[in-house]
Design a protein. Structure first.
Length: 332
């Protein structure tokens, strides 16, 4: 049930405004930017709900910068975000996992300019089979002293101002943090509004569940193989397993129920498959704010990795604090 304050439901817009009161550095313009993201995700949710009824299944026919087949819905989601953010005067630069380069929307003329980066439709290979997909976003300040979009966006995750995701699942939920806890909103299709349904979420400290594409086991480094062997050994961890193949869905389950998600280096992706800027940084910010841990290349904290390029990838180990500590006894 939605959480009520003074007998009233709390919408996402109201929540952001209340958060801003606690952050003198966050100006009113920030909620205007966030409303661009919520509008786009409501549009995407509407398309996802009608998949199969309208022509959004299947490949669009091209290959993106990541070398993956572009789905029709990837394009729709990417365009929706670019259009809604394009109208927000305080969004200086946008960068999408689907596009080759970041795009400058406005030149920086104040210290109230932001960079928005997003994975418009995460897990899009699941769309044709009615499995959950998501949108991941992160927001940085647009530093006036740096010239050039590529240089401006190459910031470590610790600089994130806000981050989150929308999961188009059995219901549509939006989870976000701006460094003051993690909050969840559920889209009420009748009102067309995101209503607060979980406040100050905390990830359980440990759970006996791992999430990994285990079909690649023999292509993982031996340390990961040993950890996974221990995890399922009834004399070891005695874990169960869940894997959706949409990062947002796999992560959301861990946020709510605890456990660990791993995307190790593989023979095909020796540096990891998941994208540092569009996927790992935003989820790491959410995980840490909920009391969890996120480690990337070299076992380092994801949010301290220095990006060399906007499409950098990293291995990822993310989840409950004690699960990650346990895993690092094998991986460290
Ligand atoms: P996408 O952003 O192109 O959809 O790719 C990322 C997805 C993640 O959602 C998911 O965790 C991963 O790829 C699954 O990869 P695999 O099929 O190798 O298990
Ligand atoms: Mg993705």
């Amino acid at each position: 049930m939605p959480i009520k304050r003074d007998g009233e439901f709390v919408t996402f817009g109201q929540h952001i405004q209340q958060q801003q009161q606690n952050f003198p550095q966050a100006k009113g313009q920030f909620s205007w930017l966030m409303s661009g993201i919520t509008l786009a995700t409501k549009m995407i949710a509407a398309y996802v709900r009608r998949a199969g009824l309208i022509d959004v299944w299947g490949d669009e026919g091209s290959v993106n910068v990541q070398g993956e087949a572009v789905k029709k819905l990837d394009i729709i989601a990417n365009d929706a975000l670019k259009r809604t953010l394009g109208y927000r005067g305080n969004v200086g630069i946008i960068a999408s996992e689907e596009d080759n380069e970041p795009r400058v929307l406005q030149d920086v003329d104040s210290d109230d300019s932001y960079i928005v980066m997003f994975d418009p439709l995460d897990g899009s290979s699941n769309i044709d089979v009615n499995v959950s997909v998501g949108t991941i976003f992160t927001i940085f300040r647009n530093p006036p002293e740096i010239e050039g979009a590529e240089k401006s966006v190459l910031q470590p995750g610790i600089n994130q101002v806000a981050a989150g995701y929308v999961l188009y699942g059995s219901s549509t939920v939006l989870v976000y943090t701006c460094g003051n806890g993690v909050h969840q909103f559920t889209l009420d299709p009748q009102f067309g509004a995101y209503l607060l349904t979980r406040e100050d979420m905390k990830m359980p400290e440990h759970a006996g569940v791992y999430s990994v594409n285990e079909a690649y086991l023999h292509r993982f480094p031996p340390s990961y193989q040993r950890y996974l062997e221990w995890s399922k050994d009834p004399e070891g961890g005695g874990f169960s397993s869940r894997y959706v193949g949409s990062l947002v869905a796999d992560f959301h389950r861990i946020l709510v129920k605890g456990g660990i998600f791993l995307y190790p280096p593989t023979a095909a992706h020796s540096g990891g498959k998941l994208r540092l800027m569009y996927e790992c940084n935003p989820l790491a910010f959410v995980a840490e704010q909920a009391g969890g841990v996120a480690l990337g290349a070299g076992g380092k904290r994801v949010m301290e990795l220095e990006p060399q390029g906007i499409h950098d990838r990293t291995p990822l180990v993310i989840g409950s604090r004690k699960n990650v500590d346990e895993a690092m006894r094998f991986l460290g």
